[in-house]
Ligand binder design. Sequence first.
Ligand SMILES: [Zn+2]
Length: 281
Amino acid sequence: MIILDNHFHVDPFKGLFLEAVKQFHRAGGTHLMVVYKTAHDYGFQGLKAEDFMKAMDFHIELVERINRETLVKAFAVVGVHPAEFVHLAEKKGLEYAKNEVMKALEYAQKLCFDGKAVAIGEIGRPHFEVSEEIWNASIELMKYGMSLAKEADCAVQLHTESFDEAKFRELGEYVREVGIKPYKVIKHFSPPLVKVAQEVGVFPSIIASRKNIEEAIKQGNRFMMETDYIDDKRRPGAVLGPKTVPRRTKAFLQNGIFTEEDVYRIHVENPEKVYGVEMEE
Ligand SMILES: [Zn+2]
């Protein structure tokens, strides 16, 4: 059985790294979307485009190590985290920060063109209060990232403030404005609003808590599952653990909340469509 965690971080400095991936595998997981953390987390400064590019290269190396040293198939997602943009703008000014982040996002696009990454992410807008000009610039950068993804025909994983129906509709407008294929825009850390997401065209990646997934599947199986595992030993329990997606999937299949068809749709057909990858090779 193929089981994907659609948003998983690894941290070779503060976390378990390969051991976390092995825990995922022992619980029955087979595929991971491994998402870039921040330049700072990877030991770079995050003060200019080159820092982000080096951090993305470092991220690609981590993903290659997972593929060499474990039985899990890992795909890379690279970008500039919205919080990194906010910090840089506060430190060096808005125009400077925007310019450097745009260059870095163009590099993320290049990694997608080269086949080293399958999506740009996580990009988007901060989940904390910022000034209006930083907020507006974050939206501009989010749209820029979406337009780069459109050009490369790759997906984009969005990080945002907590979401509701109105925000899904707002995002749907950006998707139309940019003209990217709507199913290639993934709302990471999505609430279980499967129907609304389908209506506006955005693809939800839903946090794999019992309550969320129970609600999601009542509305349909057009979603993916994630933990947003952060791999930080100093913050245990800050998010769901690495075993959660395979455990939840198997338990829900066993007790009839998921059908075999649901599992196949969520873990094979949906990611194949969104990312254009082959899940069953
Ligand atoms: Zn994340």
